[in-house]
Write a protein that binds this ligand. Structure first.
Ligand code: FAD
Ligand code: N01
Length: 542
């Protein structure tokens, strides 16, 4: 591994190195300590919280209910933290992350403002050699175990629009929002992108700005959040049933989240029952809307019936018929891109200070120093907000130069798409684990549930390896191949691959089109536990 003149001469030695201090890295660090290991976490940011540290845009909020989007691994923590809303806002989730860090004294082992640049497996010594950078200074560290808790949605992606760097005003990305906030009062603002982040930010920016123009390439399906304060009675009810609800979410719910069971097939229920159920779920709000019927993700016509319902809702809310049509998604099945959950998104387009530009009709040609130029002409702006998403699931991992056995780089191993056994370990990369890596339920789940399971599995695998002489464990190549094939087969039975989504890598030019997450928290757990019961089938111990 190369060093520059400033590099500390002796590597620091640890049992385990964790990369990232979001909810994955924080929990992993705590768990490794509990196992008696000397562990450190390196984090690029100045604080803990990951997603909730970086995504401080107005309106940023969770869409898994706060009582479920929280750690379950410490009963006292679960009891003492009093969430204030049904869906927690970004500041509240960040406060929770900081509370956890303080309560478990995590920060003494987290190195902030430190990026992991490279990692190399030293087979002769069975250690990972890791190079970090901090304020222009590089350093080395070594550990037996390397855990990537780098996040599925942590590599923010700016749009490839010519001239973007020449804009005279500020350009913000929702995934890297200024900590001091942004005052849009009296300003003319452009928002590019209408995914979950744009859909949350747009109503808030519209309230502040003098004028807001939304540049939309693909309209998105969105369901009302119906957020509200979390009443004492709700809190008490959760506390009384936490254990069984958490267990259900972990073991039996396909998305790691409590859901109201489906009432039947969308294709076969009569019109009355269909409308009644859709209306009811629309009012209740939130992602539970998608669980109404059993066939929506596997049958095109069933899916179209639900999509029609949502489009009718949009048309009923948005007063200008042309704008309403532009806001109606038509070219991909509902739920095959992550469903958005909003507070007053479609209503925002009834405001006099908000306009929509349909980029399918009038594409952006360039960003100029003064504003945005489409095929219809140039519009000046004071600020541009890019709500253009992330190089999801693989971006943060591939940003690190990681070399496994024989010096093979992950970038080469993944040239045709990510490959990992159980989304947890890569053949050829011993003693390295990915928390919520590609090939695991991750982004198709309540992420906290998926994070907690991976932290638990990594602990169990380390213990299994330590119980043998060599303390080395790696995914078996055949098991990895079989798992990758299985993930693809499961996805192919659904409508998911029909959408040009970030699940498919479609939002990043040149990225291989592979459906990256695994479908089903419950099915995943069953398969992993079956492998574990066979002395960790699919893993090789040395
Ligand atoms: P992150 O929180 O992304 O943390 C990864 C950390 O690793 C980051 O702090 C990053 O700086 C650090 N890092 C990365 N690379 C390096 C490196 N090379 N060196 C050092 N540090 C590095 N999930 C849900 O389940 N429900 C939701 O409602 C939900 N809402 C979301 C809303 C937004 C706006 C976004 C962006 C995501 C949302 N998610 C949601 C997904 C969310 O990412 C996860 O729920 C969870 O926070 C991920 O935690 P993590 O620790 O795995 O990753
Ligand atoms: O990113 P996205 P996001 N010109 O990729 C558009 C989680 N999350 O940050 O679809 C013009 O979904 C792009 O258009 P198109 C959640 O998992 C959750 O919004 O490619 N437009 C799209 O409209 C989510 O799925 C919450 O045609 C361009 C948008 O930018 C994930 O994070 C809140 C463009 C990007 O949408 C990512 O969401 C926020 C260009 N050159 C995030 N490039 C919750 O509510 C891109 N776009 C829980």
């Amino acid at each position: 591994m190369t060093r520059n003149g400033d590099t500390a001469t002796q590597p620091e030695l640890f049992d385990a190195i964790v990369v990232g201090a979001g909810f994955g890295g924080m929990h992993m660090l705590h768990s490794l300590r509990g196992m008696g290991l000397r562990a450190v976490a390196f984090e690029t940011g100045t604080g803990v919280g990951g997603t909730w540290f970086w995504n401080r845009y107005p309106g940023a909020r969770c869409d898994v209910e706060s009582m479920q989007y929280s750690y379950s691994w410490d009963a006292a923590l679960q009891k003492e933290w009093r969430w204030t809303e049904r869906y927690a806002s970004q500041p509240e989730i960040l406060a929770y992350a900081n509370h956890v860090a303080d309560r478990f004294d995590l920060t003494r082992d987290i190195r902030f403002e430190t990026r992991v640049e490279a990692a190399e497996w030293d087979a002769a010594r069975a250690v990972w050699r890791v190079r970090t950078s901090c304020g222009g200074r590089t350093a080395e560290a070594e550990a037996t175990w390397l855990i990537l808790a780098t996040g599925c949605l942590s590599a923010a992606k700016k749009p490839e629009i010519p001239g973007i760097d020449d804009f005279a005003g500020p350009v913000f990305h929702t995934g890297d929002w200024p900590h001091e906030g942004v005052d849009f009062a009296g300003k003319s603002v452009a928002v590019i992108g209408t995914g979950s982040s744009g859909i949350q930010a747009i109503p808030e920016i519209a309230r502040q700005a003098a004028g807001l123009t939304v540049f939309q390439r693909t309209p998105n399906y969105s369901i009302p959040a119906s957020n509200r304060p979390l009443e004492d009675a709700d809190f008490a009810d959760w506390q009384a049933h936490y254990e069984e609800r958490r267990r259900f979410a972990r073991e039996q719910a396909p998305g790691g989240i409590l859901y109201e069971p489906p009432i039947g097939e969308a294709l076969t229920v009569d019109e009355d029952a269909f409308r009644k159920e859709m209306d009811r779920r629309w009012i209740v709000g939130g992602p539970n809307f998608r669980a109404a019927f059993t066939d929506v993700m596997v049958d095109e016509d069933a899916n179209a019936r639900v999509a029609d319902y949502v489009r009718d809702r949009v048309r009923a809310i948005v007063k200008d018929p042309e704008t309403a049509e532009d806001l109606c998604p038509t070219d991909y099945p509902i739920f095959t891109k992550r469903i958005c959950v909003d507070t007053g998104y479609f209503e925002t387009f009834n405001r006099p200070n908000v306009s929509l530009v349909n980029l399918r009709r009038t594409p952006i040609e360039a960003i100029t120093p003064a504003g945005v130029r489409t095929t219809e002409g140039e519009t000046p702006f004071d600020a541009i907000v890019c709500a253009t998403g992330f190089d999801a699931m693989t971006g943060a991992i591939l940003a690190i130069d990681i070399r496994g056995e024989g010096g093979v780089r992950i970038a080469d191993k993944w040239a045709e798409g990510p490959r990992a056994y159980l989304g947890l370990a890569l053949a050829g990369f011993p003693n390295m684990f990915t928390i919520t890596g590609p090939g695991s339920p991750s982004v198709l789940s309540n992420m906290i549930v998926s994070i907690e399971y991976h932290v638990e599995l990594i602990g169990r695998l380390i213990e299994a390896a330590n119980a043998r002489q060599g303390a080395v464990v790696a995914a078996d190549r055949e098991a990895e191949d079989a798992w990758v094939a299985h993930c693809g087969e499961v996805a192919a039975q659904t409508l998911y691959p029909r959408a040009a989504s970030w699940y498919m890598g479609a939002n990043v030019p040149g990225k291989p089109r592979v459906f990256m997450p695994y479908l089903g928290v419950d099915a995943y757990r069953r398969r992993v536990e079956a492998a574990a019961a066979e002395d960790w089938r699919g893993f090789d111990f040395a």
